[in-house]
Design a binder for this molecule. Structure first.
Ligand code: AQP
Length: 331
């Protein structure tokens, strides 16, 4: 707790252009917590290097991710916005928690299995220990609530297990965090293969709608989205493509499944895909405009990074003092 407010922490990797999956599963929901909680929203660049990054692109995307946070409605005056590598306590606590996380636990992480299958030539130790760094990110701020998409649920459960183990040995050092997973939009699927998650690192650009895609591109991508050989817009097992489009449409318009079925009764997939594309492009248009304005003012973004890192570091220091003392490190 900071003052009398509870703590929210979440982060996004600057590992690619952000997708509507990142937006609907995570970023769109962040600003709802800003009044009631003290919120730390981080650009998790240390996590991004678990896959090989081009240095100039990583640097540019770090600015872009911060600019997108603000463009998506996060007020830097109300939220602590910062870059993970600017607060060295993340790496320090990450190492410490590595020593309290079991090999067997990390071996069961599905993200590790998926990412190592996709990156067979670079299965580095960081990819394997990614979840203990994520546990450090969360526990460092004595976080109460972590808004994330459902793909992060397993990592969150591991965070709780590690915190329980650590607290069991040393007393109540860490607050036990809960996840906040949105009911609609928790897992946006690929447009090319609706049985797998939409991911920013997917090499197939047609599978992904980026937050910053222009309207024509958004409409084209939805027009090409894989569906099925039927014509009826409704949610049913086996209609993965249509189910995914209904979820996206619902997230952007607030309409329920019943309303969507009624709206497109007898109209076919073409009309539906166009409506999904328009709803998405129209809602993201102000985000795109604000993003362009912010990216033209690097000095402003750097000020926010600096201020955010100082706020985060001061909060992290309190936890680190406690952790170091409990473990037995000489002060
Ligand atoms: N498809 C998705 N649907 C809903 N939520 C999603 N998130 C990611 N993809 C979807 C949520 O976005 C937040 C930030 O994710 P991340 O950048 O930390 O890493 P990730 O989960 O691994 O996301 P990507 O897009 O798949 O990135 P790459 O391709 O780099 O691995 C998280 O809250 C996540 O749940």
């Amino acid at each position: 707790m900071l003052g009398d407010k509870k703590i929210v922490f979440s982060g996004v990797q600057p590992s690619g252009n952000l997708t509507i999956g990142n937006y609907l599963g995570a970023i769109k929901n962040f600003s709802a917590f800003s009044d009631e909680y003290h919120c730390f929203y981080c650009v998790v660049d240390l996590h991004a290097i678990t896959l090989r990054q081009v240095p100039a692109e990583l640097r540019r995307r770090t600015y872009e991710t911060l600019a997108l946070y603000i463009a998506c409605g996060l007020d830097p005056e109300k939220n602590t916005l910062f870059v993970q590598s600017h607060v060295p306590a993340h790496a320090e606590l990450g190492w410490i928690l590595d020593c309290y996380t079991m090999f067997g636990e990390l071996s069961r992480m599905t993200q590790f299995k998926d990412k190592s299958a996709k990156n067979a030539s670079n299965i580095n130790a960081g990819l394997f220990t990614y979840p203990s760094l994520m546990a450090a990110d969360i526990l460092l701020y004595q976080t109460d609530l972590v808004p994330v998409g459902i793909d992060q649920k397993q990592h969150l459960e591991l965070t709780r297990d590690v915190a329980t183990r650590f607290n069991g040995i040393y007393g109540d050092v860490f607050t036990m965090p809960d996840g906040y997973i949105p009911q609609t939009g928790m897992k946006i699927m690929s447009l090319a293969d609706p049985t797998s998650k939409m991911s920013k690192s997917d090499p197939n650009e047609n599978a992904i709608v980026y937050i910053l895609d222009d309207k024509d591109t958004v409409l084209r991508k939805f027009r090409r989205a894989v569906t099925d050989s039927e014509t009826e817009v409704c949610r049913r097992e086996g209609k993965d493509g249509i189910n995914n489009l209904m979820t996206i449409y619902s997230c952007f318009t607030g309409k329920t499944d019943e309303e969507i079925v009624r709206e497109f009764a007898g109209r076919g997939y073409g009309d539906f895909k166009l409506a999904v594309g328009e709803a998405c492009a129209d809602q993201l248009a102000p985000v795109r405009e604000e993003f362009a304005r912010l990216m033209a003012d690097k000095a402003y973004l750097e000020d926010i990074m600096k201020k955010g890192a100082a706020e985060a570091a001061s909060c992290a220091l309190k936890t680190m003092r406690k952790v170091r003392k409990k473990i037995g490190f000489v002060n």
